[in-house]
Design a protein around this ligand. Structure first.
Ligand code: LLP
Length: 420
């Protein structure tokens, strides 16, 4: 079900016309649909219905907005966090500490302590060094950290190089070949309860096969660890399921994913954790923007200059990512254009030679599929502010993150006396 649809020629988010949001909040602005978030969260759960009590831990990095986390918490989701900030947010949103897993190669001692104090469900350990440090911290506090060892299976996820995490040259996890030895070493630490293994090979995966290969390797490791006498009760299969960014593209469904998981994990006899991010949030959001002006090009098509920029939605600049771009009130006229933001570098280009709705100065438009890795990756480059976020529920909407004005950011800066 698409929730960003035309009604009487005007794009709505659920039952709210987007021009009403632009009018009330200004542009650019991220707009999220509660119905779509809920639908995706339920679809993912439904896809895994054949499993026994899986923990679904939303990858907070995809969309850390407090209200978004609340919606997912309400749907029974836990959280996969990768920083103290994400942990703080997840707790503030009411996620049960026991349903939080902490991933990442660079957990600081302060972050580990924060996790221990909160009593989170699981640390995903990414190196022997990290495990030893966590063990010492836990022991000094007289507590035990529940842990899984994240392995790097050296599997090509066949996705963009910058979001691939499961090749041996990537920084994540411990090499599969050394996993048993490292697991045994960490299992001997009094401060750790080594209870499982974890894997996450990358994001925006278009195929299930690389995942199945990685899960197969994880299954073999579980058997090896058990044979060595370890009690393995948990396995974390990460996230990574891709979504379609272009109309008409087909991506694996939650049901297909669930079928593959059931097949790959048959007989494991563990509690499985999943860390979906994009699959839940991407399609639930758009970035609403207004055309500042159109500008004639050199030899090529005209430039449509919109008020959103690479600081607001970084994916096209960072990964060459494609986002559908559509007028909020399309006239039926089409044009080929370069879609650019106001920032002073050529990287601030959303699309080249895009065949899209014709737009004129003042017209509203959306970048679709912006609910994941959108607002969360924003910066204030070019001394632009931070874009606000709006959550729609039926015919009502609320600002769930204020716009942060450039002046507010400047307020945090100081000029030392010796410069004044
Ligand atoms: N678990 C771990 C350990 C991760 O590193 C990630 C994503 C996820 C789960 C969630 O993956 P998902 O289900 O969303 O694919 N900024 C990039 C995506 C970076 C993903 C990083 N890790 C983008 O805009 O495409």
């Amino acid at each position: 079900m698409d929730v960003f649809t035309l009604r009487s020629g005007i794009m709505h988010a659920e039952d709210v016309p987007l021009p009403a949001i632009a009018e009330a909040v200004g542009t650019p602005v991220y707009v999220y649909s509660l119905a779509k978030l809920t639908e995706r969260a339920r679809a993912f759960r439904q896809g895994l219905a054949g499993l026994d009590r899986p923990l679904l831990a939303f990858a907070v990095k995809a969309n850390p907005n407090l209200s978004v986390l609340r919606v997912l918490g309400r749907e029974g989701y836990g959280a996969d966090v990768v920083s103290g900030g994400e942990l703080t947010r997840s707790l503030a949103a009411g996620i049960a500490p026991g349903d939080i897993v902490f991933s990442g190669v660079g957990k600081t001692h302060a972050e580990m302590t924060q996790g221990l104090e909160a009593g989170i469900g699981q640390f995903n350990i990414e190196s022997e060094e990290e495990g030893r440090e966590l063990a010492a911290l836990a022991a000094s506090r007289g507590t035990v950290a529940r842990c899984a060892l994240r392995v790097n299976p050296d599997v090509d996820a066949r996705t963009h190089a910058k979001i691939s995490t499961g090749r041996s040259e990537n920084k994540f996890g411990v090499p599969l070949g050394r996993a048993a030895e490292i697991f045994a070493a960490l299992a001997s630490e009094a401060g750790l309860e080594m209870r499982g293994v974890a894997v996450h090979i990358g994001s925006q995966l278009a195929e299930l096969e690389p995942l199945e290969t990685a899960f197969g390797k994880l299954g073999a490791l579980i058997a090896e660890l058990r044979a060595a006498g370890h009690a393995i009760t948990h396995a974390d299969l990460g996230g990574g399921l891709g979504v379609s960014y272009r109309h008409g593209e087909r991506y694996p469904t939650a049901a297909e994913y669930g079928e593959m998981v059931a097949r790959a994990t048959k007989g494991w006899d563990v509690r499985l954790t999943f860390e979906p991010g994009r699959f839940i949030a991407a399609e639930a959001g758009v970035l609403l923007t207004r055309t500042i002006r159109t500008k004639r090009g050199g030899n090529g098509p005209p430039f449509v200059v919109v008020d959103a920029a690479m600081n607001d939605l970084a994916r096209p600049a960072l990964y060459g990512a494609y986002h559908e771009f559509e007028a909020v009130e399309p006239t039926g006229a089409r044009a080929v254009a370069h879609i650019v933001g106001p920032i002073c570098e050529t990287g601030d280009t959303f699309a080249m030679n895009r065949d899209c709705d014709a737009l004129e100065a003042g017209d509203l438009a959306v970048f679709r599929t912006a609910g994941a890795y959108g607002a969360t990756m924003a910066s204030s480059y070019n001394s632009r502010g931070f874009v606000p976020e709006v959550l729609v529920d039926g015919d009502r909407f609320a600002v769930v993150a204020d716009r942060i004005a450039p002046a507010a950011i400047m307020d945090a800066e100081r000029v030392p006396e010796w410069l004044a």
